[in-house]
Design a protein. Sequence first.
Length: 292
Amino acid sequence: MSGRTLTFSHASFPLNSEAARELISANLQQRAQLAEIFQCLALDFPLTTSTQLTESTLHRAKWLYRGEPRATLLPMGAIKKQTAIALGLLLLIPAIVVFDGVLFRFIDPEIAAGHPNYAQNYHMLEVARRLSIWGSAGVLAILWLAVCFLVIRSKQRSWLWIFLAVFGPFGFAALAMLNDNAPAATDRYARFVRGLNWFARSGYESCVFVVIWALAYGCMLLKSNLSILYESATSGMSTAQVIDIRNASSGMWAFAEGNEVMYMVAVLYLLVPVVFNIAARMRATNVVPDAR
């Protein structure tokens, strides 16, 4: 394809030039340079017949790079370091909620019955129980702020955007829609959304918003149905009886399910760019024909 160039840290070559073919096929001493070549070929420049690079040259580059641990189907740069940490912190939230529930049931003030100083011990256990709730809430709030801050940092935006964190999943959706001021060279998703005009971008983000909320609601329903089946199997009750028991405290269950939906919205918004980049890179890699 005329006018296309293959860019390295030290020089640029026309994509179909002899110099580019020689660099690609050479057994470079520095693996980092070879990784950069492979990255440009497989990611930034989809390999088609219009590149005029010979099949043997392309497979030579892949063969030289095959032993590199980073050459996997989980592509390099599919997720930024800050985003990966944010996703890890977000996945900690359910574990903390479960741990707090176990701790809350473990701290039972009634265990003080039959012991000396029952009133004082009961009061101390009740205070400890309440502190566990507030402590867990504080940890969850810190984790949420940290996740939002890391998303902002990954996009190189002003820290003042952190105020959107108070709006929960709606604010997080707005943070996810912000343009990345420092996209990675291999971030196809960032290039895709920046290439849309304002009308197409508005329609795209609206569709993503609706789809993500629908998926989050579907995940909540799936988890709820599975938990009903599990409770029915372990308790010996029928599913209808379990549903009736839950309907008796429907407000509590509705609150919990609402939180689950909002949590899944945040997780899915973090995963959208990752899935997009992985799919795009796998597609770019698969256009290389198998060596004969």
